[in-house]
Design a protein around this ligand. Structure first.
Ligand code: KE4
Length: 425
């Protein structure tokens, strides 16, 4: 039945999906078609129940169909879906995010993380009058042209597009460096620092599965941006309100110039945002000359989902409880792998985790991630899926725990993992 649905979808939708990772290409097989979800559970087209650790790639930190979020959306929708005019809830949302992330003094809502990254890059280029952007291999910031670029032959040579359709003349303004490599970063700034408009980084990377930034590396990055007057952009689309209430920046105690957000701030609805220092944000139209706009930006229905989500996760002890749950899961799976003799390493921060089939003990670089055993991951993914546990259909994606995952759900996951590890060994 699922294959029939997928074949039908492929007739009108490229690859049968509206976002590539959903197609299961990395793990092979046919993707599930989901009919509904509640709490930590997904129900597919055959009404089979799955324990969900994808959580729509991060937004569902409170679990699916949270009654207060559904009510907020229903109540908002009854007043109209979109006006294309200012609404009070947009101000409430801006105030809430600025309160939770003090580095953000002003913020503009958009409709996706990609749009937030695209806008932040334009803002940094317009504000500095420079063109070069530095990014890091293994980080993903959405699909805007300037960021679909990998390192050229040498780290400081012109960037090379990672996708057809990205002009080589544009890619050359993007320099891609090695994540957590302090010396290469220092060398790059020594050579081109006065031409760098911005550096964009996931302070805790979630797109090479989970690889935390190194504190000294991030401190050095902040210092170099100060010295060369480059804009430091933290991509917290995934980590914002996921790893801690104040995001990764609160864990590292580093103040970026601009932060981009998404996922959780929409509570499952299409929302992104970019915000930061007032003296930079004031360059955005209509206050300033740097153009940025969006028909549905700050949509009141989406704001009602996002604001309700942020209010609920702001409750006392929410993140302590979430991280404790994640720790139990990670320690349990790690112990099971050790017991069965499967080489496995895991990272976790707050409500997100990474799973690596490798004998490496510390996973702190993109190189270590790409050298992991993908075949083992695929066996594990499909084995867990057959047992009703839904992990990310790619070894380069992180996993997400929600507050709705019960202790029994966590224990079931650990026990099932042990069963599946036996298939690998
Ligand atoms: P969106 O445009 O997909 O809302 O956000 C782009 C983005 C930006 N920055 C980070 C750190 C991100 O993780 C993302 C998107 N994350 C992927 C999963 N790794 C979304 C899943 C998908 O592409 O379908």
């Amino acid at each position: 039945m699922t294959k029939k649905l997928f074949d039908e979808a492929k007739k009108r939708i490229p690859g049968g999906v509206n976002s590539p990772v959903r197609a299961f290409k990395a793990v092979t097989g046919t993707p599930l078609f989901i009919n509904k979800a509640s709490g930590p559970y997904l129900y597919d087209s055959k009404d089979k129940k799955y324990l969900d650790y994808v959580g729509s790639w991060g937004p569902m930190i409170l679990g699916h169909a949270h009654p207060e979020i559904v009510k907020a959306v229903n109540d908002a929708a009854k007043c109209g879906l979109s006006f294309g005019a200012p609404t009070e809830i947009e101000t409430q949302m801006a105030n809430k995010i600025c309160d939770l992330m003090p580095s953000i003094e002003k913020i503009r809502m958009v409709n996706s993380g990609t749009e937030a990254a695209m806008s932040a890059i334009r803002l940094a280029r317009g504000y500095t009058g420079r063109d070069i952007i530095i990014k890091f291999e293994g980080c993903y910031h959405g699909h805007t042209d300037s960021l679909l670029v990998k390192a050229g032959s040498g780290a400081l040579t012109f960037g090379v597009p990672t996708s057809p359709g990205v002009p080589t003349d544009l890619a050359k303004y993007t320099v891609t460096l090695t994540y957590n490599d302090i010396h290469q970063l220092q060398d790059a700034f020594e050579k081109i620092g006065n031409k760098v408009a911005a550096v964009i980084i996931e302070p805790i990377a979630g797109n090479m599965s989970l690889v935390p930034g190194n504190q000294e590396f991030l401190n050095t990055l902040r210092e170099l941006c100060n010295k060369h007057q480059s804009v430091l952009i933290f991509d917290e689309v995934m980590t914002g309100f996921r790893v801690a209430l104040g995001g990764a920046q609160s864990i590292f105690n580093i103040t970026p110039d601009i932060t981009i957000l998404g996922k959780i701030i929409g509570g499952g609805m299409p929302v992104g945002a970019f915000g930061g220092k007032e003296n930079i944000m004031n360059h955005i139209a209509p206050d300033g000359p740097i153009y940025q706009a969006g028909t549905l930006s700050g949509n009141p229905v989406a704001m009602s989902a996002g604001l309700t989500t942020l209010n609920l996760i702001s409750s006392e002890g929410f993140f302590n409880s979430l991280e404790h749950k994640t720790k139990i899961l990670v320690d349990g799976i790690t112990e099971s792998a050790k017991k069965i003799g499967v080489p496995l390493a895991m990272n976790y921060v707050g409500g997100m985790f990474g799973l690596f089939f490798t004998s490496e003990k510390t996973i702190d670089s993109f190189e270590k991630v790409i050298n992991c055993n993908k075949e083992h991951y695929n066996i594990f993914f499909h084995g867990m899926l057959e047992e009703g546990i839904y992990l990310a259909p790619s070894s380069y994606e992180a996993g997400f725990v929600s507050s709705s995952h019960s202790d029994d759900d966590i224990k079931l996951t650990i026990d099932t993992a042990e069963k599946i590890f036996k298939k690998i060994n």
